[in-house]
Design a protein around this ligand. Structure first.
Ligand SMILES: C[S@@+](CC[C@H](N)C(=O)[O-])C[C@H]1O[C@@H](n2cnc3c(N)ncnc32)[C@H](O)[C@@H]1O
Length: 220
């Protein structure tokens, strides 16, 4: 079965690279045919994703209904994604026990679970704007000092102020697309004003001597 699947995948890759080559064919009819094929495939892919992927639907609705508030739309995350940063923060707080931490853009909760390992006693709030991801967070086995909230000003205020806010891989848009296409002006994709406003809002939620940790972002 695995062999059969890998055979199919190999064949599909060959077809894909053949089609890619034909995109720049000298024959206008072939070019037209290939572009129509790609167009059709994209439509089919979109319909399939819409029907079968709850994550795809949640991101689509976010972009349509919360375009102003949403930053990075993908929910890509993993456990212990930034060990050096987490270690440095733990050292900074030097075993202080009464800490309240915010994972702003916690996605499906792995960042919150990781923070618990670095800060065993802290109150940890995970906030996200994607309700599908939040629903997954709420199914996690966590202790009663962990809370997941919908990311909006009033909720963030209710649980703050925070000793540290982790804003990791949130304040950006389409970073891979931007890099691979050599895009240098982000005005249409992710304007600086949006970044600036969010940084200011998060900054107001920080306790004196607290940390605002921003990583993987398009402005430095
Ligand atoms: C790429 S994930 C990053 C997850 C995690 N912080 C990490 O670094 O592994 C980006 C997350 O930011 C969330 N996000 C986007 N805009 C947000 C907002 N305004 N408030 C809270 N979360 C937001 C997305 O829903 C997504 O789950």
């Amino acid at each position: 079965m695995t062999n059969f699947l890998s055979l199919i995948i190999r064949q599909m890759k060959r077809v894909k690279s053949y089609i890619k080559k034909q995109k720049s064919s000298n024959n206008i009819m072939i070019r037209f045919f290939i572009l129509s094929l790609i167009f059709l495939w994209n439509i089919i892919k979109t319909i399939l994703c819409f029907c079968f992927s709850a994550e795809y639907r949640s991101i689509l609705f976010l972009q349509l209904l919360h375009a102003k508030e949403v930053h990075q739309t993908t929910s890509l995350t993993c456990m212990n994604r930034y060990p050096e940063i987490f270690k440095a923060c733990r050292d900074y707080f030097n075993n202080k026990k009464e800490l309240t931490l915010l994972s702003y853009g916690c996605s499906t909760g792995e960042e919150v679970l990781t923070l618990r390992q670095y800060f065993p006693q802290a109150n940890i709030i995970g906030a996200d704007i994607n309700k599908h991801s939040l629903a997954r967070c709420k199914k996690l086995m966590v202790d009663d000092k962990v809370t997941f909230i919908y990311s909006k000003k009033s909720e963030l205020l209710k649980y703050g102020k925070y000793d540290a806010i982790f804003c990791m891989a949130v304040l950006q848009r389409k970073p891979h697309f931007v890099r691979s296409n050599g895009i240098t002006n982000l005005k249409k994709i992710y304007p600086f004003e949006k970044f600036e406003q969010t940084v200011n809002e998060l900054d107001r939620l920080i306790n004196k001597d607290g940390l605002l940790v921003i990583h993987f972002t398009q402005f430095y």
